[in-house]
Design a protein around this ligand. Sequence first.
Ligand code: WTA
Length: 646
Amino acid sequence: MSETVYPVPAQWRDSAVISADAYETMYARSKNDPHAFWLEQAQRLDWIKTPTQTDNSSFHKADFAINWFEDGVLNVAANCLDRHLDTRGDQPAILWAGDDPSEQRTITYRELHAEVCKFANVLKDQGVRKGDRVTIYMPMIPEAAMALLACARIGAIHSVVFGGFSPEALAGRLTDCDSSIVITADEGLRGGKAVPLKANVDAALALSHSVTRVIVVQRTGNNVPMTAGRDFWYHALAAQASTDCPAEPMNAEDPLFILYTSGSTGKPKGVLHTSGGYLLWASMTHAYVFDHKPGDVYWCTADVGWVTGHSYVVYGPLANGATSVMFEGVPNYPDHSRFWQVVDQFKVTTFYTAPTAIRALMREGEAWVDRCDLSSLRLLGSVGEPINPEAWEWYNRVVGKGQCPIVDTWWQTETGGHLISPLPGATALKPGSATKPLFGVFPEILDNDGRVLSGAAEGILAIAKSWPGQMRTVWGDHERFFQTYFASYPGKYFTGDGARRDADDYYWITGRVDDVINVSGHRMGTAEVESALVAHETVAEAAVVGMPHDIKGQGIYAYVTLNANEVPSEALRKALIQWVRHEIGPIATPDVIHFAPGLPKTRSGKIMRRILRKIAEGEIHSLGDTSTLADPSVVEALVRDRVLQP
Ligand code: WTA
């Protein structure tokens, strides 16, 4: 681990939204006088009824509850739109860069407000009411942001499903939250290729039966089949819709959205976020971590299908009246300088992306960066996985020209927004460290028995107290919520990550301690890939673990045991890879299929994943104790046949 320290640059010390002194004072206040601190922070939102309550939460079984600002009433969309109209109605809210560099759109706050009202009226006309679930399966076009905000305006709960998920995955999510309506597009466009979104919805609806309406936004204009009475073109419905739509008053604890994410067991969980605390957290962290100032052009490259797109493309920046860049494409299309062309073209000041993109672009060389003018940049960010110091240094030197602080933001779908991150005017940086907790965040490092470790230590990362942006439940399964996050270490939120705290109280995230892997910054449950594999007719048993991967961070290594009459072959290997893509989506494509005659099991029949992980990592000389295995010879065969970096 790198021990280089980058102090706060002088110009940042003097001009940042939060200085080092302010960080210390505000952090202490968030600890010692949280009620006053949060009432004050709540003023960054426009309330219909200002809350007098703040935190009313307990992580203990007996009185388990998470509640913030319970007596407050607000509307999230009104906070993101209406309140900006007087002061910045003509300022761009969204700058959109299409997959094809010749396509771009500018949408001002006034225009976005009108479009969202129209969209909201269309949803109302289709019978959508407060509390209904609306599934959004869209490409990265402004209508995706409009759809989210339209739901928020009328109090419907959106559930965005990433456009790269398969019909099977979409169907599971539709059924789980009992959505009656899907918003999609004819097709998406990524890297010059069409993504058959509407066709995928049709396939999903053959498997899931809750949906009665499909609203289709025209993106590519290619012909797609429409089912009469069920499917409607958005532009046809919107042609009649009014641009006036009152914002529904919502209690702070009314649901805003569901977002499915992977865990260590079972099917993906519907993470539920509510209105007041979530928006406050998205807005506060966007303002402080990105040092948001009027005039900034802020670009987060994430897709709205992930939490980063929710909090840091749509809700955080728009709540703060920022100009948010929305990008439809991919970093390497038409060529490897596309990111930097967009920065140059829109004069982006703040750029936020994932380490996997940085590593992929780093491999292509500096010339792609150097041909663009990046002098508008003042701040860089990283999210989704640990950033290796080599990638950090490249990002700093080649992209930031040594002039831009890098905020390495640690957080999760469950946390709603950043929990551990540098503040650029306050925090000296150490490459690879997410540094320090934000206001109201109290991290702890635990040993395996749940004992709190003090000082410099390494162990399991837990959070001692609730914060406003915390998820409130797993949709439809409150018991699973408690069991997943609060049962292992009573009274604490268990993050699923490991971390090290150094002598300067800096946090270094060491990766997941559960059966979740992080592939190109996308979170994946190994159990989901396993259940896809065993659903194939040839497969008897499967065990999936992460393996180190130069670009993706982690790759997917699948051990597969075939049924007795099946024979491993190259054709079957390819068929299984296709099968997993079909069941989950291309993001779950296994990197390795290792045909194994048997898997290492304890005498009670439990697969010893520790050993499988070590083999996939190539650490065959530190397999640990194998004497408890039912058949130790299995391990020799696995080591012999292991597949090195594909
Ligand atoms: C990982 C994405 C190290 C972590 C926002 C976490 C990180 C999981 C970082 C959540 C970071 C996210 N450094 N690891 N800066 N950011 N992670 O729910 O393992 O898609 O638990 O949310 O990503 O992934 P999720």
